[in-house]
Design a protein around this ligand. Structure first.
Ligand code: C2E
Ligand code: CA
Ligand code: CA
Ligand code: CA
Length: 278
């Protein structure tokens, strides 16, 4: 034990030490992963609920860890953010996904691509220029790119967000509010943002069958979407009962394990050739 001079005796804590050592190792792993490009993009279909055909995909990043196998964002996004590397990773995902989407668009004209933007990307003054460069380099049509950002990222500073989103929209891309409904207090501000699409959070989709107040949130959110003239996409649809309830509520598009899980590009190519798209 060591006296820190303020009369507080600090003990050596082996578990804290192990934590710090682990974190340093994770940091090194992550930096190497970026340098060696151990990341890949998986794609989850977004389907038209009436015809059950794929209209586009959401790009979701994965880390092919040399020892731990395939990792999901939940395992590394927070660390990536805290190391200040999220902007770089996000831009890599965008470029990779655009290259891929242009391939799919050859066979399936109008095929859409959704890409997630982190709050740190949104805060960067270079963002619009960087996205413009990716669009030019890859030949991705701007109107087929949907940039997804969470309500919490978009609504912290409304004036600033509106300015950034206007700048992005000047490129011709579309904007989606992700996890919609989870920041309900800010709904009144929705009209102030240049948003085109709302993605209804899976918690509300999964609560639809319950007879709780939460069960009607999906319906309320769909109502709000219509009021503001926004296209709704329901997230986390896991069974046909949910899909049917959403159809009855006139929700047009959905995403979820019921239709398809996120998959590597090659698998999605196979899926697209087997099914009709529009
Ligand atoms: P998100 O944007 O809300 O993405 C949807 C998440 O729901 C994905 O998790 C997807 O695999 C999962 N999901 C899809 N269908 C279902 C379903 O039917 N049931 C359930 N329970 N889950 C379903 P994933 O891939 O683990 O990604 C988690 C989050 O990580 C994403 O949530 C997004 O916020 C973030 N993320 C992923 N890729 C990127 C990226 O490239 N950039 C940034 N900034 N964030 C990313
Ligand atoms: Ca998303
Ligand atoms: Ca979401
Ligand atoms: Ca989420």
């Amino acid at each position: 034990a060591k006296d820190d001079g303020k009369g507080v005796v600090r003990r050596f804590d082996p578990s804290r030490f192990a934590e710090t050592a682990q974190r340093r190792k994770d940091e090194n792993d992550l930096r190497r992963a970026l340098a060696e490009c151990q990341f890949e993009v998986h794609y989850q279909p977004i389907v038209d609920l009436q015809g059950n055909y794929t209209v586009g995909v959401e790009a979701l990043v994965r880390w092919r860890h040399p020892l731990r196998g395939l990792l999901s964002p939940g395992d590394f996004i927070d660390l990536t953010e805290s190391l200040g590397l999220m902007h770089r990773l996000g831009l890599w995902v965008l470029r990779e996904a655009c290259v891929q989407a242009v391939q799919w668009q050859r066979e399936h004209p109008g095929f859409k691509l959704n890409v997630n933007l982190s709050a740190t990307q949104l805060a960067s003054p270079e963002l619009t220029d960087e996205i413009r460069t990716v669009l030019t380099d890859t030949g991705m049509p701007a109107d087929l790119l949907v940039l997804e950002l969470t309500e919490s990222a978009a609504l912290t500073d409304l004036t600033e967000s509106a300015r950034v989103l206007d700048s992005l929209k000047s490129l011709g891309v579309r904007i989606a509010l992700d996890d919609f409904g989870t920041g309900f207090s800010s709904l009144s501000h929705l009209g102030a943002l240049p948003v085109d699409v709302v993605k209804i959070d899976k918690s509300f989709v999964q609560a639809m069958q319950e007879t709780t107040a939460n069960g009607s949130v999906a319906e309320a959110v769909l109502h709000i979407a219509r009021t503001f003239n926004l296209s709704p996409v329901a997230e986390g649809v896991e069974d046909e009962v949910q899909a049917e309830m959403l159809r009855e509520l006139a929700c047009t598009q959905a995403q979820g394990y019921h239709f398809a899980k996120p998959m590597p590009a090659s698998e999605l190519t196979g899926l697209l050739t087997r099914q009709t798209t529009k």
